[in-house]
Design a protein around this ligand. Structure first.
Ligand code: SAH
Ligand code: SF4
Ligand code: F3S
Length: 485
């Protein structure tokens, strides 16, 4: 295996008495060191260690960002704890649906209670929700105990903001409108030693009419392929077997910023395949409008790309898809699903569905049900439409709640029925499982995933975590399997 190459900076050599460097990431390493010294003083004064807690409310990209936050906190000298009764608590928020939003405000009250008992405690908020003006207004007005607020575009500045949070008084708010910058090589603390998300692009340019993501994550920009590959090689040296390439629409990887001559997504996959030590490659999310024949071909040829494709449908009605600005039709989606299945018969297809988009009728829901029956998804995440201020759909006429409920229940029932049938198809077979953790309910079992992402529970112990082992799929229980070695 090749040697670990890193551009990371050696903190010991930094001189904190000189002025802060202007360039990144050197500037952030400078602040990590400043934080270390400052926190050391507090620890000595208090006669104890300082703890931190990071909570993630959003998607896989948000989860990856949380690993970066934790990386900085650990480098600065905090010890991680499971409890939110900690010295530094940060919520990495999501605003894709209103319920994610409400959960944050609900839990902030609890943090205030902890803070009253612990004068050392700092509360920080970041992530997608913070990119909304109304949220910031509300925080300033009614949540004065929050110490630090920043958004999605300046996450790489966390070390500097953390320092300011301790050096200055009052609520620090730093939100940027957008950025074209990608800063690499800051500390990261992975949740799992054997698998990792890897950002390949940031932002989104699709502007689906219901979706807030383009407004809070900014314009689409891809990371340079050599940076991505360098990160993946380092991960492999570090023991990672599975990588998940992350982007809001990975199929448009390499297109923005224009004129860079970056690889296309299928070309990038071919390069990732060559990285020794990586055994499984996943990616999320694939927009149906941009899924190329070349991608299907690369998946088919590959030994490492997992037999799973998450292909968000959103709606099966062409009329609604059009109003959603999804740029495909019911028929083209069905044709695409069939083409994929024909090329890779054992593949699992999963999807996202929104129920109750403005103007959606019972007949539109029938169309969605028709697609579910025809495609036979292994799983479908079904969401009630949530009105997001500032998106075009928010100004359209909304569907009465009762109607939404009825359609939701019908669609969910159909998803459960078809998925149950579909997932079962491997019953009795022996297939490789990457073991992820001890089962949460029953400590005599371990939990892992098949290549196609289906969960398997089987008897085993902690020594199997991170290993890929052959498991007999004894019994299918709806969305998961019970197995044995
Ligand atoms: N970029 C991905 C999706 C990211 S958001 C894609 O294009 O598929 C994840 C999922 O949240 C979406 O697929 C959609 O089903 C859901 N979602 C987004 N906005 C929503 C809204 N306003 N109400 C309900 N669900 C929404
Ligand atoms: Fe949202 Fe559409 Fe972009 Fe996905 S592709 S993040 S649904 S705007
Ligand atoms: Fe939520 Fe932001 Fe992801 S809004 S779904 S955390 S990109």
């Amino acid at each position: 295996m090749e040697e670990k190459i890193s551009n990371k900076i050696d903190i010991d050599t930094i001189d904190i008495h000189s002025i802060p460097p202007a360039e990144e990431p050197a500037r952030q390493y400078y602040y990590i060191k400043k934080c270390r010294l400052l926190l050391q003083e507090i620890k000595e004064r208090e006669g104890r260690e300082l703890t931190c807690n990071v909570t993630n409310f959003g998607c896989q990209m948000n989860a990856r960002d949380s690993e970066k936050l934790l990386g900085i906190l650990r480098s600065a000298g905090f010890q991680e704890t499971d409890s939110e009764d900690a010295d530094f608590v940060i919520y990495n928020t999501c605003t894709v649906r209103d319920n994610a939003n409400q959960r944050v405000f609900g839990r902030l009250g609890v943090l205030n209670g902890y803070k009253k008992k612990n004068p050392q405690m700092k509360v920080a908020l970041c992530g997608c929700m913070m990119q909304e003006d109304l949220v910031i207004e509300k925080l300033r007005k009614s949540y004065g105990f929050v110490d630090l607020v920043f958004g999605t575009h300046n996450l790489y500045k966390f070390a500097e903001l953390l320092y300011r949070c301790y050096a200055e008084k009052g609520m620090i708010v730093d939100i940027w409108e957008d950025t074209d910058k990608i800063v690499e090589d800051l500390p990261v603390e992975r949740k799992f030693p054997f698998k990792s998300g890897v950002n390949i692009m940031f932002g989104c340019n699709n502007f689906c009419s219901y979706c807030i993501v383009p407004y809070v994550r900014g314009r689409e920009r891809s990371r340079a392929p050599e940076e991505i590959l360098r990160e993946i090689r380092n991960l492999a040296v570090d023991g990672v077997k599975e990588v998940m390439l992350l982007g809001q629409n990975v199929n448009s990887y390499g297109k923005e910023p224009a004129g860079t001559g970056f690889l296309s997504f299928p070309e990038l996959l071919r390069e990732v395949e060559k990285v020794e030590g990586i055994e499984r490659i996943r990616f999320m999310t694939s927009h149906p409008k941009d899924l190329s024949d070349e991608l299907i071909e690369v998946m088919k040829q590959s030994k490492k790309i997992c037999r799973h494709l998450h292909l968000p449908l959103q709606s099966g009605s062409t009329r609604i898809l059009n109003k959603m600005n999804r740029r495909y039709t019911k028929e083209s989606y069905l044709a695409l699903a069939e083409k994929i299945r024909r090329a890779i018969p054992d593949i699992s297809l999963t999807t996202d569905i929104i129920v109750g988009f403005p103007g959606e009728s019972g007949e539109d829901a029938d169309d969605t049900i028709d697609v579910i029956r025809k495609v036979q998804f292994d799983n479908a995440f079904t969401f009630v439409y949530s009105k997001r201020t500032g998106t075009p759909a928010a100004a359209m006429e909304q569907v009465p709640e009762k109607e939404v409920r009825e359609n939701f229940d019908r669609i969910l029932a159909c998803v459960q029925e078809t998925a149950r049938e579909r997932v079962k198809r491997f019953e009795g077979q022996v297939l490789p499982v990457l073991v992820e953790e001890i089962n949460e309910q029953d400590a005599s079992l371990v939990t892992g995933r098949l290549s196609n992402n289906t969960v398997v529970h089987f008897p085993g112990d902690a020594s199997l975590i991170g290993e890929i082992v052959d498991v007999k799929l004894v019994r299918c229980e709806g969305f998961y399997y019970i197995g044995e070695r």
